[in-house]
Write a protein that binds this ligand. Sequence first.
Ligand code: PEP
Ligand code: MG
Length: 919
Amino acid sequence: MPAKKATKKKAVKRGAKKRTAATAVKYIYDFGDKTDGNSKLRELLGGKGANLAEMARIGLPVPPGFTITTEVCTYFYDNGLKYPTTLEKELKASVAVIEKQLGKKLGAEKNPLLLSVRSGARESMPGMMDTILNLGLNDKTVKALAEESGNEAFAYDCYRRFIQMYGDVVMGVQAVNENDHCPFEAALEKLREEVGVKFDNQLTAENLKELIKRYKEIIKKRTKSAFPQDAYEQLWGSVGAVFKSWQNERAILYRQKYGIPAAWGTAVNVQAMVFGNMGEDCATGVAFTRDPANGEKVFYGEYLINAQGEDVVAGIRTPNPIAKLKEEMPNAHADLEAVRKKLEKHFKDMQDFEFTVQNNKLYMLQTRNGKRTGLAAVRIAVELVKEKLINQKTALLKIPADSISSLLVAVFDPAAEKKAKVLSTGLPAGPGAAAGKICFTAEKAEQVAASGGHAVLCRVETTPEDLRGMIAADGILTSRGGVSSHAALVARQMNKVCVCGASEVVIDYGAGTLTIGDTVLNEGDDISINGTSGDIYAGSVTTAPSEVNQVLSGKMKAKDSYTFQLFDQVMTWADKYRKLGVRTNADSPEQAANAVSFGAEGIGLCRTEHMFFEGDRITFMRQMILASDEKERRTALKKLLPFQRKDFTGLFKAMGGLPVTVRLLDPPLHEFLPHDESSKRELANSLGVDVDVISNRVHALHEANPMLGHRGCRLGISYPEITEMQARAIFEAAAACYKLKKPIKVVPEVMVPLVGFADELKNQVAVIHRVAAEVMEKKKVKFEYLVGTMIEVPRGALTADEIAETAQFFSFGTNDLTQTGLGMSRDDAGSFLGKYKELDIMPQNPFASIDAAGVGQLVEIGAAKGRKTNKGIKLGICGEHGGDPASINFFHQVGLNYVSCSPPRVPVARLAAAQAALK
Ligand code: PEP
Ligand code: MG
């Protein structure tokens, strides 16, 4: 596939350092009694490997093992899937270290060492890559395990699991198509039926021996090879499979979504097995040091008695909450509590860890900074500061800037939710409210979302294959699996509303129904889920603003909302450290007021054209456009003037003296004209002209490339009376504010769009100054104002020194600057950007996140040149990038004065600006 080739090529380009024969390269790091690594070696050892080493270093009970570095992964892909020549020797030596520590031997018929082989990238990619457990078992060692454990069924269960995993992952025995069942699962189910048991753990040793025989036959039949008996062959096969899984489709998709470079590669962790499935004094579980859904400081997690780790995460058996372990295994629970405290104190963050209890003894298998919802991220960071584990700056850097917006997500309207009937309640796994159409497959969810609808992906359980659907859906509902199931983990990370493990929900994919008690819903029906409480409702429940919004709008008291207090705390800290100002793009008093409540410090962009679409204005606007000469045009403009003046007065009042940048008319005029026949006729009637007049004018105004045509300042230059009317409306509104009983000292900032030549700006500035003088004279008030320009075409950026001689401020219009700088239509790029992303040509959509290397240079040049001739010039940015954290970081580095973004992004921008300053 070209996608894979391209990613591999990139890995070569950006990948491993060149080594010479003289430099001895260490490819394997041990952990256990002998520990080579630590948590700082994340790039080399991956997150899992680095933290296993760290846990061993600080004395936590970690079964011994070793990590094969990410450099081996890079080498593997750069060298036709081959390993460095020295790797084999290192691997044997490291296996020997484990053997020595445990007094066991890999492949030995007495005391055999069994291993697990797991992936571990720098950033965790849950469930995306492959894992092999119980490695080292064969027809002989299984007997030894049976004898030593005194539990034959356990030993053969391990062996059948190993064959199944190895057959699937290494030998490629999988379902052939969607309708096919995994052949191993099918064989297991058949055997359960034959012997008449419901659960796997009811199978006897004899049953399992029979199953193993059938598994081996499946492998032989499908691969024409026998399942390997040699432990080292098994080990190399498993290590190779894990490295190869770095390039499987799921992992590639996940990396694309989270911007993880292919060049990083994964490490491979090989570790001595411990068993949670050896009997009733064994268990396995996943726990969080705090609640990852809401951030509360409670010990949170789940476990299964007599099970292997994969059983918990896969969601096949619904696990018990960790609190129950206190009753079932009090000693192990106490040990876990101690580990929980030590981990937080050491890592200074909420940890997500995996453990196994073997014969009442606790072992730690993994720890990492836990994935969490946006709400939890905020709460944990704030509370860690209160607990003096971290300081404010660290706390700010710990909260992904985007996650603050999840405190602003909709909740169900309390009255509507009260009225709705709760059909059932599952586990609340991703907070917020989602209502949408029931979709049983990822494809269906994608379809619904693509057509502008809302989807709730409903699955018995989700697997990594469902990732696309989870991205597309507004909410996710599963009937099986606990809070650490795949659905819950991924939803949390994506900030999706999620209810999981709703065991009363019966989903029948074949029939296309979702049944809860007597209620039968079909695919496409509406369903509503509350990811904060876990409640499920039929139909579409109305949503209401978040608590933060309710407090900000005065509907709720701050003291009654802890969520608001957290939000407010983070915003206060952010404002203390940020250097960038944050303004908003708003065209109405309501939007402006909303943005101010979120902390906007001014309006960075008011698009005046948005004001012309309401009510009667469009008619006057059309009259203006259809005018055959200046006189007629002025008559129409005169009618528009009062509307504009009123709008600007409203905006200035809503901003209460904060700066307001008003941009003069920007879009091509034909956008305001009717295009279909009936609206042309309607307009002709209302204007008392023949329909042909309208058609001819529409035709005359038609442009092949309107984005590059008669728009921006070109309009005001052709028709200065438009600029005149708009300037008059702005200044008269300002004058009116000065004359209010409680005067507002407005300093309007008039912005000229699409300037590429200094003389374009000079032309417009002359009109604006003239009108300002006229208004001051007529209204008998003196007010200040600024005139500036957008820098949104490359020539404007390149000649910014000349333009800055006239401009008092620049606002970078990065939407158009990206469009014109890349020569890529902002309206049509969707058709190829997906492919560009897949091929890693442009990993990010350049209209969402600034193309720093290209368009970014234009911003840098524009800023530097502007400051050269006008030292104090004010510099802002008002393209969509103003609300994107990565872009905000870039604008901070360039030294702009402010960013301007849509109202709901204002809190995100405040936090991102602080992070940029603290980085
Ligand atoms: C821009 O081009 O970045 C801009 C803010 O203007 P508009 O999106 O209105 O073209
Ligand atoms: Mg623009």
